[in-house]
Design a protein around this ligand. Structure first.
Ligand SMILES: Cc1cc2nc3c(=O)[nH]c(=O)nc-3n(C[C@H](O)[C@H](O)[C@H](O)COP(=O)(O)O)c2cc1C
Length: 193
């Protein structure tokens, strides 16, 4: 049976929820899907898998360290297996949601120039691992959930942070589930005759 390893990096649980939903949809289609945090993924999880989905919450235009390290550490394996990436993600109306035709720019910023460092790191790993797709899904933000990193604390304290960080759960469950079904369809064995 095809085993899909769904690996995520998540600070506040939004991306974890997306990864878990993808895993549920994949299992519902009859695939063997394992969902794991990039922090705890081990060699044996990777070697047991035939396909991979890797996602990260985006902070200040960058993927979190652990999923980036996962892509870097296992780049040779990922490059020769089916791989899908997702970023989560812009909050509607935030300063990161201004390019309706360019979701990657909304999440990770410009491809070049100032503010492009986080995106270039992801794109360098994309050029090595060659995922079949990189999707951007809207995220979630709950300001009652305490900040988990210094930079996050600083952004939240900035005047006008309510406009930069609109509060709410904007995760696009229908799109997420449809994307997972598309992944399952690509992994399904081709029917013969
Ligand atoms: C301090 C801060 C900075 C953020 N920066 C970005 C960003 O640069 N691009 C983006 O698309 N989303 C950004 N977001 C939105 C998060 O990606 C979104 O809340 C996501 O759902 C977080 O995922 P997690 O709950 O798995 O950590 C930011 C959120 C916070 C709190």
């Amino acid at each position: 049976m095809t085993r899909v390893l769904v690996v995520y990096g998540s600070r506040h649980g939004g991306t974890k929820g997306i990864a878990e939903r993808i895993g549920t949809v994949l299992r519902d289609t009859g695939l063997d899907a394992v969902v794991a945090s990039a922090e705890v993924t081990e060699d044996r999880d990777v070697h047991a898998a035939n396909a991979f989905v890797v996602g990260s919450g985006v902070y200040m235009g960058s993927w979190l360290k652990e999923p980036l390290e996962f892509l870097a550490d296992y780049q040779e394996t990922l490059a020769v297996h089916p791989l899908w990436l997702f970023s989560s993600g812009p909050l509607p109306g935030s300063s990161k949601d201004k390019q309706p035709d360019d979701p990657v720019e909304n999440a990770l910023g410009p491809a070049q120039g100032p503010g492009s460092g986080g995106r270039r790191k992801v794109e360098e790993l994309i050029s090595i691992t060659r995922p079949r797709d990189h999707r951007v899904f809207l995220g979630a933000f709950d300001r009652h959930d305490p900040p988990k990193a210094f930079a996050e604390r600083v952004v939240r304290m900035m005047p006008g942070s309510g406009n930069i960080l609109p509060e709410g759960d904007f995760r696009e469950w229908d799109d997420i589930e449809a994307w997972a079904r598309q992944i399952a369809a690509e992994l399904a064995p081709v029917a013969v005759g």
